[in-house]
Design a protein around this ligand. Structure first.
Ligand code: F6R
Length: 358
């Protein structure tokens, strides 16, 4: 049941310290600074990766592709509904990764089946043991997040991103790109402490107060760069799903190429500032000049704080962890906005937990 929580979604958000612990169990060795994903499939010939999924799982795929690219493993995230062998970059040495919580999403299964026909190696990063994707891929890699009841995916995004992080390090060793995983020691130790850091963010979040402050706006924009861009997109998807308000997420630098025309004092901008780059700060300043309220997600000493009207605190961690923590803040923001608006949190209108038609 929901226990002490009003909704499954809130319960699932608060379960993340435990669900992430299960995701990481036995797969991280902080003492040795090592990662052991225990994959049996022989990946020694892999020279590039395609990650395919829908909705939130697509955003996890984007997160994974960005990480792989950071360690010089060529990787692309592709929306399953757009997947087509003729437009893809599939070769015999491509690893195909289906990212799907349920393992039953028709679009994702369709892409997996097309690729299986080609005989390339396939993995399914999935939550549901023995799901169709788990059975049809060469090997399932389970995210172990436990059952998710809320239609809006929360804890499963965190666990998917965590598994794809481990997988990207595993692959960068195998592909031997010559580019070491960036700051592997810090990554392993911050990942090991991620469950505690999530707990800290849950205990101290200001999202409920902010949700009240920014009710009744015209639109909500979420911006970020790199890993932060996938979190911005995920933040906007969650927001629109459960609040029914207009929300968009995009790369910070895109703001000035069009969306800025929509920016007013009634379009708050949530800026994911989980890297040291000043570019998102500049982009947020451009929006502030047009009157937009700026809510910064980042550590308190980040330069964005000079521009920001409000902050959703994210501790200074390895970018992988900082971005997952920013995402937890955005989950809470969506949840509290939706409760203020009296929406049906666990079963948003028109949506189903698992979409079994193409
Ligand atoms: C968003 C959401 C959907 C799913 C998408 C894919 O909160 O739940 O966007 O992420 O339908 O579902 P799976 O991961 O089961 O393939």
């Amino acid at each position: 049941g929901k226990g002490q929580f009003d909704h499954f979604m809130l319960k699932e958000i608060h379960t993340q310290p435990t669900s992430l612990q299960k995701t990481l169990e036995g797969r991280l060795d902080p003492e040795a600074g090592d990662i052991d994903l225990d994959i049996e499939t022989d990946l020694s010939d892999v020279d590039s990766v395609q990650l395919v999924g829908c909705g939130t799982s697509y955003h996890a795929a984007l997160f994974g592709a960005s990480l792989l690219n950071r360690c010089d493993v060529p990787a692309r995230a592709i929306r399953a509904s757009e997947y087509d062998l003729t437009t893809g970059s599939l070769t015999d040495n491509t690893l195909f990764i289906a990212v799907t919580q349920s393992g039953e999403t028709a679009d994702t299964l369709s892409a997996l089946r097309q690729v299986n026909e080609e005989g390339v190696e396939t993995l399914a990063v999935t939550n549901v043991v023995q799901s169709t994707a788990a059975r049809e891929a060469d090997e399932p890699v389970y995210i172990r997040a436990g059952p998710e009841i809320g239609v809006a995916a929360t804890k499963t995004f965190s666990s998917q991103a965590a598994v794809l992080t481990l997988l990207s390090q595993h692959l960068s060793d195998i592909v031997d790109s010559g580019v070491p995983a960036d700051n592997l020691d810090r990554l392993v130790s911050d990942m090991a402490e991620l469950p505690d850091a999530v707990e800290q963010v849950l205990q101290t979040s200001d999202a409920k107060r902010l949700a009240r402050e920014y009710l009744d706006m015209n639109a909500y924009f979420f911006i970020g760069r790199g890993l932060g861009c996938s979190v911005a997109k995920e933040g906007a998807l969650k927001f629109k799903e459960i609040t029914y308000e207009h929300a968009e997420g995009f790369a910070s630098g895109e703001l000035k190429h069009g969306p800025l025309a929509l920016v007013t004092d009634r379009t708050p901008i949530f800026a994911v500032c989980t890297d040291g780059s000043g570019k998102t700060v500049t982009n947020a300043e451009e929006a502030k000049t047009r009157g937009a309220p700026i809510v910064a997600l980042g550590p308190s000493d980040h330069q964005i704080m000079d521009t920001a009207d409000e902050q959703l605190y994210v501790p200074d961690r390895h970018p992988v962890c900082a971005n997952l923590l920013a995402n937890v803040q955005l989950q809470l923001l969506s949840y509290y906005c939706a409760t203020e608006l009296d929406r049906e949190i666990d079963k948003p209108r028109n949506l189903a937990k698992s979409v079994t038609v193409e």
